[in-house]
Ligand binder design. Structure first.
Ligand code: ADP
Ligand code: MG
Length: 599
């Protein structure tokens, strides 16, 4: 691994030197201009990665922000005669405001609607640019955009403009790096891979998507303004959908989440037509074929291809991360607490229907502090729906859920998680391409108060991420998982993944933990180990709700039991009483099994 780290460093430095010396060997002003334009598009593509790459939303408005910014620059500079500093700032602010306006109705849409809605923005702006002749110059556009001026000094054509533009590439790259490297970047990763899991960890995916969309727009604003100053005219071409297609191609060809991928993609997409121009009429076909070929050979982009042949060396992080001594708010080590008689969470008359199906019908029961309540019932009886209503994934049609005296019925999932309701999922929701440690550490996002602003100001070390990892390591140690902290989650066996998901929920410091069929797919020794962990958690004051079919597993574990059938609560009480309950025996357990359990 270390060798590959060195190799990556050498390859990276070589690529950087090649990039820096490329313009040095250029002879014509045309070449310099092309390289400058590649810089402009590299900024656009780096900006696009925030929304398209880091949070995985297919936005089709990046081209519109770019063209819009160019127009703002053109109008303010060529028509109103404002300074570079003023037009530059105004163009960025205008793009951010436009993004805010778009995002209010659009950001909550499912991805294909999001793509369509963002596509519409560019079309509207294009029509406006053509029709509003007095302001925009109509189909001809505006000419006479001056070269940028900084502190009274004009940035001349050729080398000065090239360096000026590429300094913004560096700036955009630094913003991207700061966003990705810490706890905030981990949260983006979870939002991209599994937004439902993010919400269960008190991370608000909408807020993160919103921030990334605005950042994308702001950086598109930088690119658009620089484009106007580089080509000195603004025309409807800048708002054409071709710009968006070019941007998408750069991000896909280069790689969605690597900054250098965006730069490589931009250099390639801008230069390829020039290199292939010798083929005269057929150059368009050849350019497209080359790009398609790259995608076939490297479907995850150039950056992904390099990752495949030179895997990222993961330093043994756990050796540098010290487990915190007692990070949990659970009263660890304070001796065994008996379940109390005060309900910590009360469910009252909860009803949820899907079409004509009563998934839950007037369900009421309470969870006592430190108790382990088992929820049993046949498949389709409403168990998962109950947990989904309790965690805000579904909104109940009627009834209420009260946590520690506060009603949480209509709160969002992330808000409920932040108030101390942790959960696991019937179908695991771990981020497969992230390490065990980081899967668990990201649960500290809310308590570490991570934000984009703080990520920007982080110095060499992200202390939030370090604290989160050290807390995560402490929790992993409790589950005996610290030795595999550096392993990729996707590579783990099913039983271990179930434990990791529980550890992740514990890292949130919940007061109530809801487990949806935690023993499913575990062998007997794994079940016994899991039961031991759950008893330990309850003994330390955590309140547990466990959905399970495995009655042997529940027999000695559950202190309380409720049974659902067709969405109705048909029995509630001590397990021994439930096993004797006529309705439960009839609907679920069966007579023979009931006799065995009673024995
Ligand atoms: P269980 O977890 O007990 O097996 P569920 O809570 O998953 O049961 O489902 C209860 C009932 O609600 C089933 O009839 C199921 O088909 C229905 N149901 C659950 N979720 C949805 C949904 N999102 N849309 C439509 N029907 C649903
Ligand atoms: Mg279920």
């Amino acid at each position: 691994m270390l060798r590959s780290a060195k190799l990556r460093l050498v390859v990276g430095l070589a690529a950087l030197c090649a990039l820096a010396s490329w313009p040095l060997v250029m002879s014509s002003p045309y070449d310099l201009r092309l390289f400058t334009l590649a810089g402009v598009f590299a900024i656009l593509a780096i900006g696009y990665q925030f929304i398209f790459g880091y949070v995985g939303e297919l936005s089709l408005s990046q081209g519109a922000f770019f063209g819009f910014s160019a127009y703002v620059t053109g109008i303010l500079a060529a028509k109103a005669g404002l300074d570079f500093a003023e037009t530059f700032l105004a163009s960025i602010v205008a793009c951010v405001l436009l993004a805010v306006l778009i995002s209010i109705p659009v950001l909550r849409l499912a991805s294909h609607y999001f793509a369509l809605a963002t596509l519409g923005v560019g079309q509207v702006l294009l029509l406006l640019a053509i029709d509003w002749q007095s302001l925009t110059g109509g189909a001809i556009g505006l000419s006479g955009v001056p070269l940028p001026k900084l502190f009274g000094v004009q940035i001349g054509r050729g080398w000065p403009l090239l360096l000026f533009v590429w300094s913004f590439v560096l700036f955009a790259a630094i913003v991207a790096h700061q966003t990705k490297r810490g706890l905030y970047g981990l949260a983006c990763h979870v939002v991209r891979q599994n937004a439902v899991a993010a919400r269960a960890l008190a991370i608000d995916p909408d807020a993160i998507r919103f921030a990334m969309f605005l950042l994308s727009a702001a950086i598109a604003g930088v690119a658009g303004a620089l484009h106007a100053h580089t080509i000195r005219i603004v025309s409807p071409e800048g708002l054409d959908f071709k710009v968006m297609i070019a941007c998408l191609t750069m991000a896909v060809i280069g790689g969605r989440t690597h900054v250098w991928g965006a730069v490589a993609g931009a250099l390639l997409v801008v230069h390829l037509p020039e290199w292939l121009r010798g083929f005269e009429q057929s150059y368009v076909i050849i350019t497209s074929s080359v790009l398609i070929l790259i995608l076939i050979l490297a479907p995850e982009g150039l950056a992904g291809f390099v990752d495949r042949i030179l895997p990222v060396a993961t330093p043994e992080r756990t050796s540098t991360v010290a487990a915190s001594s007692r990070p949990s708010n659970l009263p660890a080590g304070e001796g065994v607490l008996m379940p109390s008689e005060t309900p910590i969470l009360a469910i009252r008359h909860l009803t949820k229907t899907f079409g004509g199906v009563h998934a839950l019908n007037n369900v009421s029961f309470s969870l006592m502090r430190g108790s382990i309540t088992a929820v049993i019932g046949p498949n389709g009886s409403g168990k998962t729906t109950l947990v989904n209503c309790m965690t805000g994934i579904y909104r109940a049609d009627a009834g209420e859920i009260v946590l520690g005296g506060n009603e949480i019925t209509s709160m969002s999932s992330d808000e409920i998680a932040a108030r101390g309701v942790g959960r696991t999922f019937q179908n695991l929701r771990l981020v497969e391409d992230m390490s065990v440690l980081d899967n668990v550490a990201v649960a500290r996002f809310r308590s570490e108060e991570a934000s984009l602003g703080k990520a920007m100001l982080t110095g060499r070390r992200d202390s939030r991420l370090e604290r989160a990892r050290s807390h995560a390591l402490h929790v992993l140690r409790q589950f005996g998982l610290d030795k595999i902290a550096d392993a990729r989650c996707g590579s783990l066996p099913h039983g271990i993944k179930r434990l990791v998901e529980i550890a992740r929920a514990i890292c949130l410091d919940p007061v109530v933990l809801l487990l949806d069929e935690p023993a499913a797919g575990l062998n007997e020794s794994e079940q016994a180990e899991l039961a031991g962990h759950l008893e330990g958690l309850a003994a330390r004051g955590l309140t547990l709700l466990v959905i399970e079919h495995n009655m042997e597993f529940l027999k000695s574990l559950a202190t309380h039991m409720v049974c659902l059938d067709y969405g109705e609560l048909i029995a509630s009480g001590r397990p021994s009483a439930i096993y004797q309950d006529e309705r439960v025996v009839e609907a679920y357990i069966g007579r023979r099994h009931a006799a065995e359990l009673g024995a």
